[in-house]
Design a protein around this ligand. Structure first.
Ligand SMILES: Nc1ncnc2c1ncn2[C@@H]1O[C@H](COP(=O)(O)OP(=O)(O)OP(=O)(O)O)[C@@H](O)[C@H]1O
Length: 578
């Protein structure tokens, strides 16, 4: 019932829990004083012995205790709030730091949607565990012992009977725990997968509408939601059943206390005030444990979530990388490179080649031949490769991530721009750039005129730059990449799906970059790569051909086939257009 690892993960929580238990205990003592005083007032009233002095003493005592109880209760709830706030902060920081340590290759080990679920919903679930369950756990043991100590002076048999009934509640809790743990783990699994599907379908709603597949997808989600509804109902049934058992124990125990007090009063063993005190306090014996039972189910949910958090925190991290690239003009050398996403699927096989600085290297091949996989290896996103990849004199997977990021810039086909101004987005490339440098790259990428007609560098970009065209997004991403000014640039289909004008502008920039940098260009359009210094042709993960455009046409192999096929298609298109 106590997850040691979770508490050790947030050591600061211990003090907060201790404070809350003490404050709750203070509130209990105040309550005891109120109830005892009340019992004595009632007895005095019954015996007609209530005079002004006694009444005012009782009133002062009750009022003073009420003030103490109010103070303890409000301080405890403030502590509870502070504890849950700091727990959430600490765990989210740990998740973030873990992701930073996993680095750009985190997706080799986990999915982004899962991280979002764990970091947001999963951590929220732990609020009750630290803020309410843990203090209640200790308080619910301290409270019956305190009450026993107070009542044993009045009637030992009643105090003993009540004390022995209290453990029946945790026994009932423990009985459901094994079953509850399995059920909650399945509940969380289904919750995460429903969340994934929901997010994916929501993001792809337009596509689903275009293909009129939204209804079919909605039915599929209905099935998933129905499974989730069923498991949620099972969780709730389990929780309600155990609450009923706990209520039976609590009310049964309190009734026993009342019965014993009445019996002892009748036999003259105790006074009326003592009997009243036992009756008032019988319920108090069970309230803390009963409350623990209610928190327990929410806390179990949190513990199931914490398993997922620890799975993420336990992911193996890439080994410590110490090397820093010092060459100003690094080359890339690849030897017997191999890569697999899954053990039985070889995506790259035995590739050996070299990319000299100052050259334009093109990588071509049919879809799925492994071009992007190679680009991701060169940018550190895919780290578990076999063979060697050397950047200058250093092995790539030994290079510190910050150093690699200062050396290689990757521009993919759907670049991400962030909500904010154009300036904010450009400064990501180089935080120290001044406005004139920003305008220079915007001129180079031919965005300057457009932006001048808007609000210049202060033009606001919506989420995913929804207020820019596809071509403008890619040109702005290129401007940001130019500001980054690294010796190596990798363009992975950076001009696919954009207008001809933007494509031409970007290609012209790529060619201008070449002599001062090492540029790797991945493209399906062979016309874009025909002037490359070297063209690598991949086929099913193997390097089939290497050479210039002319060499490869003469060789009359895979590249020549691709070239002629594309030419025929283009000619066919021109004829249709004519
Ligand atoms: N994250 C991944 N997990 C598992 N398999 C993957 C992953 N990414 C790519 N693959 C597989 O690896 C192979 C090579 O993919 P890659 O994206 O490198 O090809 P590509 O040549 O860039 O294709 P395209 O030209 O269509 O972009 C494909 O068979 C693909 O299914």
């Amino acid at each position: 019932m106590i997850n040691k690892r979770l508490i050790q993960a947030v050591p600061e929580s211990k003090q907060a829990v201790r404070d809350q238990v003490l404050l709750q205990w203070g509130s209990l003592i105040a309550n005891l004083i109120i109830l005892f005083t009340f019992a004595f007032v009632l007895e005095a009233l019954w015996k007609n012995q209530l005079n002004a002095l006694r009444l005012s003493c009782a009133a002062v005592l009750i009022f003073g205790s009420l003030v103490v109880r109010w103070f303890c209760a409000s301080a405890a709830s403030r502590k509870s709030f502070e504890a849950s706030r700091s727990v959430k902060q600490i765990l989210r920081r740990q998740i973030l730091e873990k992701l930073l340590r996993l680095g750009v290759s985190y997706r080799e080990q986990t999915a982004t949607a899962e991280i979002v679920q764990i970091a947001v919903e999963g951590v929220d679930q732990l609020e009750t565990y630290f803020g309410a369950y843990l203090p209640q756990f200790f308080y619910s043991m301290l409270a019956p012992l305190t009450l026993f100590a107070a009542l044993s002076w009045i009637s030992l048999p009643s105090a003993l009977a009540l004390l022995f009934c209290v453990p029946l509640i945790p026994i009932a809790i423990a009985a459901v725990q094994t079953f509850a743990k399995k059920l909650l783990s399945r509940y969380w699994g289904q919750y995460a997968s429903l969340g994934d599907s929901f997010l994916e379908n929501l993001q792809g709603l337009t596509t689903l509408k275009i293909y009129q597949a939204d209804e079919a997808m909605a039915l599929k989600m209905d099935v998933e939601a129905e499974h989730f509804r069923k498991i949620t109902m099972r969780v709730l049934t389990m929780q309600l059943n155990s609450i009923i058992i706990m209520d039976w124990v609590a009310y049964g125990g309190a009734a026993l206390g009342v019965f014993l007090a009445a019996a002892q009063l009748r036999s003259g063993a105790i006074s009326l005030a003592q009997a009243l005190a036992i009756i008032f306090l019988s319920a108090e014996f069970f309230i803390p444990m009963r409350q623990l039972g209610s928190f327990f189910h929410i806390a179990m949910n949190g513990m199931a979530a914490s398993d997922k958090i620890f799975q993420l925190l336990d992911l193996p991290e890439p080994s410590e990388k110490t090397e820093i690239i010092t060459e100003i003009h690094p080359t890339i050398e690849i030897q017997n490179l191999g890569y697999q996403y899954q053990p039985d699927q070889t995506v790259l096989k035995n590739i050996s080649t070299a990319f000299p600085f100052g050259s334009l290297i093109a990588i071509v091949g049919e879809s799925g031949s492994g071009k992007s996989t190679l680009a991701k290896i060169l940018t550190g996103q895919n780290q578990n490769y076999s063979g060697h990849v050397r950047l200058g004199s250093l092995e790539l997977n030994q290079i510190r991530e910050t150093s690699l990021m200062k050396t290689v810039t990757y521009i993919g086909h759907s670049s991400i721009l962030f909500k904010g101004t154009v300036r904010d987005n450009l400064l990501i490339g180089n935080p120290h750039a001044d406005d004139s440098q920003l305008w220079t790259v915007l001129e180079q990428t031919r965005l300057a005129d457009f932006l001048r007609s808007e609000q210049g560098l202060d033009t606001i970009l919506l989420e995913k730059a929804a207020n820019l065209s596809g071509g403008q997004i890619q040109r702005l991403a290129l401007a940001r990449a130019l500001l980054h000014d690294t010796p190596i640039y990798i363009f992975d289909e950076a001009t696919s799906n954009i207008d001809v004008e933007s494509e031409a502008d970007i290609l012209s920039q790529i060619h201008q970059l070449t002599r001062q940098h090492l540029v790797i260009l991945i493209s399906h359009h062979l016309t874009q790569v025909q002037h490359a210094d070297q063209i690598l042709v991949l086929e099913q993960g193997s390097l089939k051909e290497v050479g210039t455009h002319e060499d490869l046409l003469k060789y009359n192999g895979v590249y020549a086939d691709l070239w002629h096929t594309q030419k025929q298609l283009e000619n066919g298109r021109e004829e249709v257009n004519a």
